[in-house]
Design a binder for this molecule. Sequence first.
Ligand code: CA
Length: 167
Amino acid sequence: MSAGTTYTYTVKARDVAGNISAASAPVSATTETGNPGETPLSQGKRAWASSTENGGSGPELAVDGKGDTRWSSAFQDNQWINVDLGSSKTLSKVVLKWEGAYAKGFKVQVSDDPDFGTWKDLYTTSNGTGGTQTLDVNGQGRYVRILGQTRATPYGISLYELQVYGK
Ligand SMILES: [Ca+2]
């Protein structure tokens, strides 16, 4: 089954003599997005950032699906990472897997503007928790940005994974 998809099915019973009943009334169910094992829309997509700490911490490492590789910014506030989903999507969930250097204040934003001049805020906090943050969001767009406004540590901000879910 695919995520975010409605399936309709009926049930038929067979007795020991091999007689098959009439089909039951149709039942439908819709799978959720962002389930464990589902590949994020963002995985393997083009990512870029305002800065990179060093040659081993590029933005592509936040969307490579690997929990032991990460993007890390310069040691400054107001750093960001963008990912291009390839086409406009309806977004339902964003999962952030922060390294110890996390953002205290940040926004999750979405845009369809190829010039990146306009962004819609999907989530805003000034008191981020670090760790793994699972954020329910509701928006539409092709480009997703994590805008780190303030840092929790003197280091930059660093994400093991930035995962965007939707359909
Ligand atoms: Ca990674």
